[in-house]
Design a protein around this ligand. Structure first.
Ligand SMILES: C[S@@+](CC[C@H](N)C(=O)[O-])C[C@H]1O[C@@H](n2cnc3c(N)ncnc32)[C@H](O)[C@@H]1O
Length: 194
């Protein structure tokens, strides 16, 4: 399947998350927050749609990382540098901006799917399992003055997520919102407090 969004035209392969409203909302927020030649990391890059949109419209350099090997291959085929890894543990560099559209759906054991697509959707029983792991790792990968742009949903406990971000020493604001079917999608922008 092929998808065009903004100036990016990408292919989506099997076993890879199909970009949706959450991907597009976060891509829009990313474009609004890039001013020049930032070094950007996209956690959970999936097909690479958000990174490809950034590549097509800005001078920033972007690297994707994903646990799903099909996603890493797909992102590379869409012209974006990507590596395979579980969250950010293997990342050595420091980035000006880290972007993440996480798996955020509260998921019970019986709802888990077989196969790699589960990793795109399964946020653990409260929807925050992967988000909290990401937040723990992200601080070690941010350059001075670096920021996080992360999509969350009204289904995953926005207040609890904001509270964890504040506890980790960031300020946080709601960068943008969109209503999507039965949920509210929110892009959070977190900046390390100095
Ligand atoms: C909702 S999808 C978003 C994909 C793409 N960024 C987009 O917006 O269309 C979440 C992505 O996070 C990846 N992911 C989940 N857990 C991960 C982990 N522990 N480490 C790295 N990537 C992970 C999934 O494989 C999936 O590609």
């Amino acid at each position: 399947m092929r998808i065009q969004y903004k100036k990016a035209l990408i292919n989506i392969s099997e076993h890879v998350y199909e970009p949706s409203e959450d991907s597009f909302l976060l891509a829009d927020a990313a474009l609004s927050n890039i001013n020049g030649f930032e070094h950007i990391l996209e956690a959970g890059c999936g097909s690479g749609i958000i990174s490809a949109v950034i590549n097509a419209s800005t001078n920033a350099s972007v690297t994707g990382i994903d646990i799903n090997p099909h996603a890493v291959k797909c992102t590379k085929e869409n012209g974006v540098e990507a590596i395979r890894g579980d969250m950010l543990s293997c990342i050595k560099g420091r980035f000006d901006l880290i972007i993440f559209n996480p798996p955020y759906l509260p998921t019970e054991d019986r709802e888990r799917q077989k196969g790699w697509l589960n990793a795109a959707l399964d946020g653990g029983s409260d929807g925050r399992q992967v988000i909290f792991r990401f937040l723990e790792d992200a601080g070690n990968c941010l350059a001075e003055g670096g920021k996080i742009l992360m999509l969350v949903s009204s289904l995953s406990g926005v207040d609890e997520i904001k509270s964890r971000i504040l506890d980790l020493g960031y300020s946080v604001e709601e960068e943008r919102h969109a209503k999507y079917m039965y949920e509210q999608l929110i892009v959070l922008l977190a900046s390390k407090r100095t």
